[in-house]
Ligand binder design. Structure first.
Ligand SMILES: Cc1ncc(COP(=O)(O)O)c(C=O)c1O
Length: 502
């Protein structure tokens, strides 16, 4: 349950002095519609954004630093605990899984962390990613709202995931690691890691949730094309997998099970480390390139968001976009509502408990204080595979408890209805995960139509759905169903949450 907001800067909302309807010559440059007078916000990321009518999304610089929100929080998040002793973990407890530099980032209180030049060089393949105004969607919705989306589908893997895969593999390679292992659901994270591994000559092995491995061959083929080995999870290669298969030989798998398998392999092999695509502080940190760029892009066109919306699985794309804006909010520079959107079938923030729980099914990971549906919870097979995770990032959970953001859940049919509207106006076919953000954006824009408010809505379009077309086929044939959340199911899985004080 979110506590009362500690945030006191509500009265400091920075609005352009001109009316939102001020008529300024409209220009389309690159991906950005310039229809507002430029204004200057002094951003506290140390970067001076050039506000110029000639700015387009390519003229801003790729950030030189990631942003760590923890540095600016008045209350620090609770520490992760050792899974056996329940004592706060020490850096050395994590060294079988992660390289030293990532362990340092995980526990860092530094406000900004330099992005290595080699990582920035790879980012240049697709960054800065475009910020696009959804003018045609606005028109369809007949809304006075101005809708912008930050599009991460331009990366080689088609989502935001390479923003963290690239530095994770780079730090591992720097410390001499030759093999990394991971889990993946629909394959977005696995393909991002396989892509990064091929650049830095590191072997990659991926445990892919069985249901996706069987139903969605294309991302598996991407991973294999980039040289990764891919196994269906649960597998017979690990003790965790064998145990699950003994109980249920046809188990469809889950992200929690696949994490157990990958963690087990890393823990048992000295030359192998584990990479995670979301949830942990260092992953959220790397994703802040999205928000840092977006702050500059919005400043360049003279816009300040009133509402920021993103989908949440483990929370990395949402944090990536919103955390730099939360920094500006804490400094009183702006005051956007920050809204996470989760699937109605896996609502960890809105229906979970805030408690210490394991990040995986077998209980091998540290205990993290987070919103959780219970580590035993196996979400229904909704199409947004990347949102089928029982927990929420501890840092997002903490920020939610502090009252700096809100959360809602939306069932999948409404999400696909929104995605079709989006595809037929903006042209891009969203991955099933960001359809949640799009549906919430449409709700907000429709509210603006009723109230007449010209709000600026900024949304995270974190990936394309070119390899998720069976989901669209299901929807277009009228076969999609809303998999409702069953209270009894969660009560049963919440019973597995360990009893830890705090
Ligand atoms: C395209 C896409 N969006 C969102 C997510 C959810 O992850 P996160 O909440 O960490 O952004 C995933 C996860 O696989 C994904 O592939």
């Amino acid at each position: 349950m979110a506590t009362q907001s500690l945030f006191t800067a509500n009265s400091l909302h920075t609005e352009p002095s001109s009316s939102p309807h001020t008529k300024v010559e409209k220009k389309w440059l690159g991906f950005i519609a310039l229809d507002r007078k430029p204004m200057h916000l002094r951003l506290s990321n140390g970067c001076r954004a050039r506000a110029s009518l000639n700015a387009d999304s390519k003229s801003i610089e790729i950030p030189r630093q990631w942003y760590n929100l923890i540095a600016d929080l008045p209350v620090k998040p609770p520490p992760p605990l050792h899974p056996k002793t329940f004592e706060p973990i020490k850096p050395e407890d994590l060294s079988p899984l992660f390289p030293d530099e990532l362990i340092k980032q995980e526990a860092s209180n530094e406000r900004f962390i330099d992005i290595p030049d080699e990582v920035r060089d790879v980012y240049k393949l697709w960054r800065p990613s475009p910020l696009i105004r959804a003018k045609r969607l606005e028109k369809l919705l007949d809304t006075p709202a101005r809708i912008y989306y930050k599009y991460e589908g331009v990366s080689p893997a088609g989502s935001h995931k390479p923003n963290s895969a690239v530095p994770q593999v780079w730090y591992n390679a720097q410390e001499g690691i030759k093999r990394v292992v991971t889990e993946t659901g629909a394959g977005q994270w696995g393909s991002a890691l396989a892509f990064a591994c091929t650049l830095f000559d590191v072997e990659c092995e991926v445990w892919q949730v069985r249901a996706s491995f069987d139903q969605k061959p294309y991302r598996r083929l991407m991973m294999q094309t980039w040289g990764a080995k891919v196994y269906p999870s649960p597998s017979t290669l690990t003790e965790a997998g064998r145990k699950i298969l003994q109980m249920d030989p046809s188990s469809p798998g889950s992200l929690g099970i696949a994490i157990s398998e990958a963690v087990e392999i890393a823990a048992m092999n000295g030359d192998t480390k584990y990479c995670l695509g979301s949830v942990l502080n260092h992953v959220l940190l790397h994703q802040t390139v999205i928000g840092e760029e977006c702050l500059k892009q919005m400043e360049a066109i003279g816009e300040v968001p009133d509402v920021i919306i993103g989908c949440t699985g483990g929370g990395s794309n949402f944090a990536g976009l919103s955390f730099p804006f939360i920094r500006e909010k804490l400094k009183g520079k702006m005051n956007p509502v920050i809204r996470a959107v989760e699937p109605a079938a896996c609502p960890s923030l809105t229906k979970g408990v805030y408690a210490y729980d394991y990040g995986d099914t077998a209980g091998l990971t540290p205990l993290m204080k987070m919103h959780t549906l219970g580590h035993d919870f196996i979400p229904d097979p909704i199409h947004a595979g990347g949102l089928r995770y029982h927990g929420m990032s501890p840092l997002i959970s903490h920020v939610y408890e502090l009252g700096y953001m809100e959360a809602i859940s939306i069932p999948q049919i409404e999400c696909f209805q929104g995605a079709i509207k989006f595809a037929r106006t903006e042209g891009l076919i969203p991955a099933p995960e960001p359809t949640h953000a799009i549906a919430a954006t449409i709700r907000e824009a429709q509210k603006c139509r009723e109230t007449g408010e010209a709000k600026v809505i900024l949304t995270a379009m974190c990936g394309h759905g070119h390899f998720d077309l069976p989901a669209y086929e299901n929807y277009l044939r009228g076969n999609l169903v809303d998999l409702s959340f069953e209270e009894e199911k969660i009560q049963a899985s919440l019973a597995s949450v360990p009893k830890v004080g705090g």
